[in-house]
Ligand binder design. Structure first.
Ligand code: GSH
Length: 216
């Protein structure tokens, strides 16, 4: 197996996942700032043109971070980061969808259509006028999450899951590109500090992150 990786929050999420599992998979690095991921030969392997991707030994390429998580968890069930039974897996997937649809996708598009416009205008259809509204939607949903978190340590409850990984990598990236955590979300802040303290959070930060000025 090999990973196609780079600096950036989604490849970082895969690095967090692997660190939590205690797994190592060789990585071929692509120049994401130079758009190497948006042209052949990479797009012949992953027509989605984004990172990360996982290439299996038979040549199959799996893209989409959550699909990679699902594949790796089936091969390496412990520690469970999705779940060890049907109920746990359903709860994790429920929170993963909520986190992505309500928060992280809006945060990312808010970035792509504003601070990231120079990088993305020739890659995807950008809607600069939508940027501030998208950022606002992400912030509103962080307030929504703050109320629901209560005293539970992690997004899906007592277990650290891929919902935490996905949200953490997006929020850590966000705070480096002008989308800080809202000041009045103390439960989210405590959760963020809790996840930041995990060794996987530090170990997953790409060496190119400092130079790019973005946490990924
Ligand atoms: N839906 C994809 C999104 C992956 C994604 O947005 N990757 C970013 C890096 S964090 C990327 O490739 N950005 C460069 C580009 O889109 O050209 C997934 O879940 O893996």
């Amino acid at each position: 197996m090999q990973i196609y990786g780079s600096f950036g929050p989604n490849p970082r999420a895969l690095r967090v996942f692997l660190a939590e599992k205690g797994m190592t998979i060789p990585t071929q690095e692509l120049d994401i700032l130079g758009a190497e991921n948006r042209r052949p030969p990479y797009t012949d392997k992953n027509p989605g043109g984004q990172l990360p991707a996982l290439q299996l030994d038979d040549g199959t390429v799996i893209a989409e971070t959550v699909a990679i998580f699902e594949y790796l968890e089936e091969q390496n069930p412990k520690p469970a980061l999705i779940g060890s039974n049907a109920k746990e897996r359903a709860e994790t997937r429920m929170w993963q969808r909520r986190v992505e649809l309500r928060i992280t996708e809006n945060l990312y598009n808010g970035f792509r259509f504003a601070e990231g416009l120079g990088l993305f205008k020739d890659r995807i259809h950008c809607l600069p006028d939508a940027a501030s509204g998208l950022k606002q939607i992400a912030q509103e949903n962080l307030h929504w999450l703050d109320k629901l978190l209560g005293d539970r340590p992690f997004v899906a409850g007592d277990r650290f899951t891929i919902a935490d990984i996905i949200l953490y990598c997006a929020l850590d990236f966000g705070r480096s590109v002008g989308q800080a955590l809202p000041a009045d979300t103390p439960k989210v802040k405590a959760w963020f500090d809790r996840v930041s303290a995990r060794p996987s959070a530090t170990a997953s930060l790409h060496p190119g992150s400092a130079q790019a000025g973005m946490r990924g």
